[in-house]
Write a protein that binds this ligand. Structure first.
Ligand SMILES: *Cc1c(COP(=O)(O)O)cnc(C)c1O
Ligand code: SF4
Length: 335
């Protein structure tokens, strides 16, 4: 039987699930049986950068645990308003790296397209939480200008779709975008940076996998998973057909105080990623974005943790510990 809702509309199931996301601290805390942890100040913090989290991700949280590592990533905190020296609104120098509408160019051979400004989840530590998405995203009306710039770049071999979250675009728009990238004769690789499959595994639908499989480009999906509890059975199932089509799956995570800054969590994350067919790629030292100072892990602790991980994990499961420095020609190893 065709489910009632999709029989009546053409809206894909994942988009219906997006519409059903939690959008206020009160609503989320009530769902987790944590009403007593609600505070009106949380709603005020959420006015600047709203709470947003899918039901799937919320269901991976432990009810009744105010320190749940998934909850802490999305729940606004009163600490966000505290002044923090050295933190700013554009810690990665994105405004300087802009070379066209929604186009960032920092590293040799690779161009990054801000395909959309929206995300299915709002991570409180997000380095783009203050990014002017309204003006700076590669809307369809900007595509002609964008592709003219890309076509004129003889060094370009890889295009990265980022955002926001590029998988917030529907399959039809993505297919057009991927097809246009495929027409850039020197480009060989396409990379998609997305957290959507983690918070909504149904996003990896047949249409998406087929459109990537049809492209002549070698495709890599870089997920963003910070904690082993984010790796769910529906995600494992959704990744299988993708990998059968030869699409590489990597992971990047952000080192976050009180969430994943301990050896046991990091080792368990890397091993579980491998079980899911995902290779750890980067462990990022958090970018110093306003409002996120309470998540910061000092560099010396990050280095110690990484060294301890190196002693326990096979080399291919050790993510590179990196930090982004404005103006540097690559992400820099934290050494
Ligand atoms: C991180 C980033 C990339 C990709 O860097 P890799 O080291 O290749 O993963 C490319 N462009 C921009 C603007 C970036 O911020
Ligand atoms: S999914 Fe990525 S871009 Fe979106 S809020 Fe989270 S960290 Fe930021």
């Amino acid at each position: 039987m065709i489910p009632f809702s999709s029989a009546l509309t053409n809206t894909p199931h994942w988009q219906q699930q997006l519409a059903d996301a939690f959008r206020s601290p009160r609503q989320l805390l009530r769902h987790l049986g944590l009403e007593t942890h609600w505070h009106p100040g949380l709603e005020r913090v959420a006015q600047d950068f709203p709470l947003r989290v899918t039901r799937h991700f919320a269901d991976l949280m432990e009810p009744g645990n105010p320190n749940d590592p998934l909850l802490l990533q999305v729940l606004p905190s009163l600490h966000e308003g505290e002044p923090a020296p050295g933190f700013g609104s554009d810690p990665t120098g994105d405004r300087l790296a802009r070379t066209g509408p929604g186009l960032l160019r920092k590293y040799h051979g690779r161009a990054l397209i801000i395909a959309t400004g929206s995300c299915a989840i709002h991570c409180r530590y997000c380095f783009r939480r203050h990014f002017p998405y309204r003006e700076e995203r590669a809307d369809r009306r900007h595509w002609p200008a964008l592709f003219e710039i890309l076509a004129g770049d003889p060094t370009l071999t890889e295009v990265i779709l980022s955002g926001g979250d590029p998988l917030m675009l529907g399959n039809q728009q993505l297919e057009e975008l991927v097809e246009r990238i495929g027409r850039l004769s020197r480009v060989r690789r396409l990379r998609i940076h997305s957290r959507l499959p983690v918070v909504l595994p149904g996003r990896l639908d047949d249409g998406l996998i087929q459109l990537l499989a049809r492209s002549r480009l070698a495709c890599t999906l870089v997920l963003h998973v910070n904690h082993p509890a984010e790796l769910s059975t529906p995600l494992a199932q959704a990744l299988r057909p993708l990998r059968q089509e030869g699409i590489q799956v990597l992971n990047q995570s952000v080192l976050l105080r009180g969430i994943n800054d301990d050896l046991e969590t990091q080792v368990s994350l890397c091993e579980k990623l491998f079980d899911f067919g995902i290779l750890p790629y980067y462990l990022h030292q958090m970018d110093k974005v306003d409002g996120a100072a309470h998540f910061e892990v000092p560099a010396h602790r990050a280095k110690e943790l990484h060294q301890a991980m190196r002693n326990l994990l096979p080399g291919y499961l050790l993510p590179r510990l990196v930090v982004e420095e404005v103006g540097a020609p690559s992400k820099l190893p934290l050494e």
